[in-house]
Design a protein around this ligand. Structure first.
Ligand code: GRF
Length: 221
C-alpha cells in the first residue's frame, strides 16, 4: 500500500499545461499527491513559471551543459533522488532517456503522448494523423521503457478527427483530452491501483489486456 500523498517529480521542456492541470488537481484535492520538484532541461521553458507560481520547487538541468546523455541523466537523478520522489511524471519532456535511466526508475516513470499509441510515436503526431487520414486520434498515458513511446499503455482517450481539422484544431482537442486523462491516471497510481510488473500493467490487481479507453467529451463553454 502506498503512503499518501505520493511524492512527484514532474519533468518538462516547454509550456507546462499538463503540469498546470496536475498542480490544479492537487490544489482542488482531486489528486492525493505533492509536487516535490519540477525539472526542466530548458531554462527558458514557460512551464517553470507555472511551477513557481504555485511555489513548487524547480530545478533546471540544461542538457547543453553536459558532455553526453549519461552525465545529463546523472544530473537529473541527483535532483530526483534528493527529492525522494515516488513517481516521475514526464509532461512534455523532450529528451530521450537511456535504458539505464529508465531501468533505475522502472515502474515509477510515466509519460503522456499525444496519439493513440502504438500509432504515431515520435513528433508531429497531429499532422501525421491528418496526413494518414486517421479517423481517430488521441492521447495515451504509458509507463516509460527504453523503447521511445513504446512502453505499456495504461489508458487512452480517443478523439474523433473532424473533416475540417487542421493540425492546430486537432492538437487543441487532444490537449484538452490530455488534461483530463493525466491527472486521472496519476490518481490511480496515487491510490496504489496501477502498477507495472515486468511488461504488464496491473489495474486493481488484474493484468490489463488492453489500455483502458475513454471517449473524448468536448469541454463545456
Ligand atoms: C503534450 O502534448 C504531451 O502529450 C507531449 O508534449 C506536450 C506537452 O505540452 N508529450 P505541455 O508542455 O504540457 O503544455
Amino acid at each position: 500500500m502506498t503512503a499518501l500523498p505520493l511524492r512527484l517529480a514532474v519533468l518538462i521542456s516547454g509550456r507546462g499545461t499538463n503540469l498546470q492541470t496536475i498542480l490544479d488537481a492537487i490544489t482542488y484535492s482531486q489528486l492525493a499527491a505533492r509536487v516535490m520538484l519540477v525539472i526542466s532541461n530548458r531554462p527558458e521553458a514557460a512551464g517553470l513559471a507555472v511551477a513557481r507560481a504555485t511555489g513548487a520547487p524547480v530545478a533546471v538541468v540544461d542538457h547543453r551543459e553536459y558532455p553526453g546523455r549519461e552525465s545529463f541523466e546523472h544530473g537529473l537523478s541527483a535532483h530526483i533522488d534528493a527529492a525522494a520522489v515516488d513517481l516521475i511524471v514526464l509532461a512534455g519532456f523532450m529528451r530521450v532517456l537511456t535504458a539505464d535511466f529508465v531501468q533505475r526508475y522502472q515502474g515509477r516513470l510515466l509519460n503522456i503522448h499525444p496519439s493513440l499509441l502504438p500509432a504515431f510515436g515520435g513528433l508531429d503526431t497531429h499532422a501525421r494523423a491528418l496526413a494518414a487520414s486517421a479517423r481517430e486520434h488521441g492521447a495515451s498515458v504509458h509507463f516509460v521503457t527504453a523503447a521511445v513511446d513504446g512502453g505499456p499503455v495504461i489508458a487512452q482517450t480517443r478523439v474523433p478527427v473532424l473533416a475540417e481539422d487542421v493540425p492546430d484544431s486537432l492538437a487543441r482537442r487532444v490537449l484538452e483530452a490530455e488534461h483530463r486523462l493525466y491527472p486521472l491516471v496519476l490518481g490511480w497510481f496515487c491510490e496504489g491501483r496501477v502498477a507495472l510488473e515486468r511488461d504488464t500493467v496491473y489495474l486493481d490487481g488484474l493484468p490489463l489486456a488492453a489500455p483502458v479507453q475513454f471517449a473524448y467529451e468536448a469541454q463545456r463553454e
